[in-house]
Design a protein around this ligand. Structure first.
Ligand SMILES: [Cu+2]
Length: 180
């Protein structure tokens, strides 16, 4: 893993001007916690702030099915969406090296209603308009994944755009203006 990380680092190095020349890429560990006593499933820490080229490794703390999946509109434009396979066994791990700057919002599909979500900020925060805008096809695929666990009535996922639209319908005035 380290060798691969270093190789990616070497490949990206020339293009990533923001990265300090003397900085080595780091690995950040996020524990994937199943707290059966308190009926909670969560990522610990819930937020990691890293630099481009760093790797985040999620480690399953129990024998429980969890995954790490980006919301369709929860990652920066031009970046790769993250979706892990299921971590099933205790100590099973999955790593992702983040090359693009911005905010990545993710969650665990089966435990989303329990609030199992997390955030990775790479370099700096994304502005709302910098997030990936999902295509209809991507939304369909994402809803198909959710339907493996929930029916439509049980779970509705709205995009950033939907939320913005429903917000602007309210009589409340906002200072910002829309680009559209
Ligand atoms: Cu989970």
């Amino acid at each position: 893993m380290l060798r691969v990380t270093l190789m990616i680092f070497a490949l990206c190095f020339g293009a990533t001007q923001a990265m300090a020349a003397d900085r080595q890429p780091k690995e950040h560990i996020v524990q994937v916690v199943s707290d059966y006593d308190n009926l909670r499933m969560y990522y610990k820490p819930k937020l990691v702030v890293i630099q481009p080229g760093d790797t985040v490794t999620w480690v399953n703390q129990a024998e429980e099915d969890h995954n790490i999946v980006s919301y369709p509109d929860g990652f920066p434009k031009g970046a790769t969406r993250i979706e892990s396979p299921y971590l099933k066994k205790k100590n099973e791990r999955w790593s992702h090296t983040f090359k693009s700057v911005g905010t990545f919002e993710y969650h665990c599909i089966p435990h989303l209603p329990m609030g199992m979500h997390g955030t990775v900020i790479v370099g700096r925060h994304s502005k709302a308009e910098e997030f990936h805008e999902p295509t209809a096809k991507e939304m369909q695929a994402y809803h198909a994944r959710l339907r493996e666990f929930y029916d439509e009535e049980e779970f509705k996922y709205t995009t950033r755009k939907d939320r913005k639209a429903s917000k602007s319908k309210s009589p409340e005035k906002h200072a910002h203006t829309s680009k559209n």
